[in-house]
Design a protein around this ligand. Structure first.
Ligand code: COA
Length: 217
């Protein structure tokens, strides 16, 4: 059986330092707002594009999901993700994870519903940065509203590979539904990495504001 990926196995390439080194513009991750240009976003996946164009603002308004965007200029959307609450059956969770959880019939989790980077901005570490931001926010909010892990629905095999790189494991019952235990997320942000990420992303413990990921030395 494949060994569960440990937090120490996960090598993060992103960081504000590397953005600065490459002299790219400062990117900010912030909640979706009216100032963001949703209409021109294109990641090559019609469903994700259409979601951002037509549904994301509604989901925000109706509190169905909170969309966050990464932007170089507070207008252009280079990428986005959404977070909401999720309740999984205990039986949906792999045995090795379930045995560490309390034996309630459902498992409270955070759903990373969608994550996409515009084709124009691919391969520059923004997908990783969005994922780390989503995990960080999930961890922070789990201290207020319990959540035992982060669930994602990968759109295709390639997306599945992307998430597995960061330690997500398959949930047995639903194809391409993946899970990362909150304990693993916490360990991922532990010690050295926590300091680096907090410093780099400008986190001050808040979970709703815009977080500057600009170039810093
Ligand atoms: C998947 C996606 C978010 C990656 O965004 P990106 O900004 O190009 O990714 P990054 O530059 O941050 O790459 C981070 C790491 O993931 C790897 N990676 C990127 N896309 C990958 C993919 N589709 N499959 C496997 N690995 C991938 C990169 O090689 C990099 O690894 P490295 O550090 O070892 O080189 C982007 O390709 C995308 O939006 N795809 C379409 C929508 C989608 O599939 N969303 C996810 C599921 S809903």
């Amino acid at each position: 059986m494949r060994r569960e990926l440990q937090p120490s196995d996960i090598k993060l390439k992103w960081g504000c330092k590397s953005v600065g080194e490459r002299e790219e513009p400062n990117f900010v991750i912030e909640p979706l707002g009216a100032k963001h240009d949703r209409a021109v976003f294109s990641c090559g996946n019609d469903e994700l594009d259409s979601y951002l164009h037509k549904q994301a603002a509604q989901d925000l308004k109706k509190r169905a999901a909170v969309p966050f965007v990464i932007t170089p200029d507070r207008k252009t959307i280079a990428g986005f993700y959404t977070l909401s609450q999720y309740a999984a059956d205990l039986g949906e969770v792999p045995m090795e994870v379930a045995k560490r959880l309390p034996k309630y019939p459902t498992v409270s989790a955070t759903l990373l519903g969608r994550l996409a980077v515009s084709t124009e901005f691919r391969g520059r570490g923004l997908g990783e940065r969005l994922l780390m931001d989503a995990l960080r926010r999930s961890l922070e909010s789990s201290k207020q509203v319990a959540s035992e892990g982060v669930v994602v629905d990968a759109k295709d095999a390639s997306a599945e590979e992307f998430y597995k790189k960061y330690g997500f494991i398959e949930l047995p019952r639903v194809a391409r539904r993946l899970f990362l235990a909150m304990g693993t997320v916490e360990a991922l942000f532990g010690e050295r990495q926590r300091d680096r990420l907090c410093d780099a992303a400008g986190y001050a413990g808040g979970t709703t504001g815009g977080d500057s990921c600009g170039a810093r030395s």
